[in-house]
Unconditional design. Structure first.
Length: 334
């Protein structure tokens, strides 16, 4: 009888010690310093494109703040939806994060089947920047100003080719709104990223492209590789004040700006999210980043928008806004 009692006592003691050890190990993991290894920032588009440019500008100062390297990895395909799906399914430990533009808000309306929910499957680090866009043509396009452009496009219609960075890309949405507002249907030419689209525009293979200043400002300032017909914001850009807006040239109400945000998988610990947010805020206030943003005719959003709450609220509002536009236009990506 005593042997049985002793055996039970030993078993209970072992179980208690085991549970205590497991709790101690769990607590140790929870309190382990983060980050302990390289962080991957996933970009939904090709290297050299506008979002990729922004990611690479932020990666170094964010890594400096975090004490670890932040590498940029391009996960291209399906109109920018493969990368968010990958990050949504990644381990929620902060080592895989996503940078994405307003395509995060347009995807639910563009795709009937989406492998993630932008409003449910992510944690939000913060907004990054608002980027103006520009309407460009190949250098030898037979129009010298916006009114000549309109006349030529309306006469030639679907003979005019309009490049974009792929289905669902902001350049597609901008081009779609342009064509819709002037009342013509152009021949669209989708590419696997803004970089290849701009290269073919400069090479004369396509006629028109609407794209972000982070991509187009350098070639516009060069002055010899493209023609520029206007900017997509209501006000002219301080960095390129000689370029008129599309609004002032007759396309009343034309306003397209590209916003970016950074995301992590749902369930990423609050302490990790706080460190990521702190690193993002530090990067956006870095002098070199500010200088590069100015060169590309853009700037960081105000610091009160660089918060999880601000990004979540903005994403929800933009999803509703663009959903109405896309459904009204009858556009589907699949």
């Amino acid at each position: 009888m005593n042997l049985k009692k002793n055996w039970k006592a030993s078993t209970l003691l072992a179980a208690s010690l085991g549970a205590g050890l497991l709790a101690a190990q769990t607590q140790a993991v929870a309190q382990a310093p983060w980050p302990e290894k390289t962080i991957t920032m996933v970009v939904p588009y090709s290297a050299g494109g506008p979002t990729d440019v922004v990611a690479r500008m932020l990666a170094i100062p964010m890594g400096k703040s975090l004490g670890q390297t932040v590498i940029v990895e391009n996960t291209v395909g399906a109109g920018g939806t493969i990368a968010p799906a990958r990050v949504a399914k990644a381990a929620p430990n902060g080592y895989t994060i996503l940078i994405h533009h307003m395509g995060m808000a347009t995807a639910p309306a563009l795709y009937k089947k989406l492998n993630y929910d932008p409003l449910k499957d992510f944690e939000y680090v913060g907004q990054v920047m608002d980027v103006p866009m520009t309407l460009l043509s190949r250098k030898d396009f037979p129009a010298s100003n916006f009114q000549e452009l309109l006349a030529y496009v309306k006469t030639n219609k679907d003979k005019v080719t309009l490049a974009n960075a792929g289905i669902g890309a902001v350049s597609q949405l901008c081009g779609m709104l342009f064509a819709h507002q002037i009342g013509v249907q152009l021949t669209t030419v989708p590419y696997k990223g803004a970089g290849p689209a701009l290269n073919d525009l400069m090479g004369g293979q396509v006629d028109l492209l609407c794209d972000q200043t982070t991509q187009t400002a350098p070639v516009i300032k060069d002055g010899n590789r493209v023609k520029v017909f206007g900017v997509t914001t209501p006000k002219r850009l301080s960095s390129m004040p000689n370029i008129p807006t599309l609004d002032e040239q007759g396309l009343k109400g034309f306003d397209v700006k590209v916003w970016h945000g950074i995301y992590a998988p749902k369930g990423t610990p609050p302490a990790v999210m706080e460190k990521l947010n702190t690193a993002l805020r530090a990067a956006l206030q870095d002098d070199m980043v500010k200088h590069r943003f100015a060169e590309l005719s853009t700037e960081a959003v105000p610091m009160d928008k660089v918060t999880p709450e601000a990004l979540r609220t903005h994403l929800a509002a933009e999803t509703e806004k663009w959903g109405k536009v896309i459904r009204a236009a009858g556009v589907q990506a699949d």
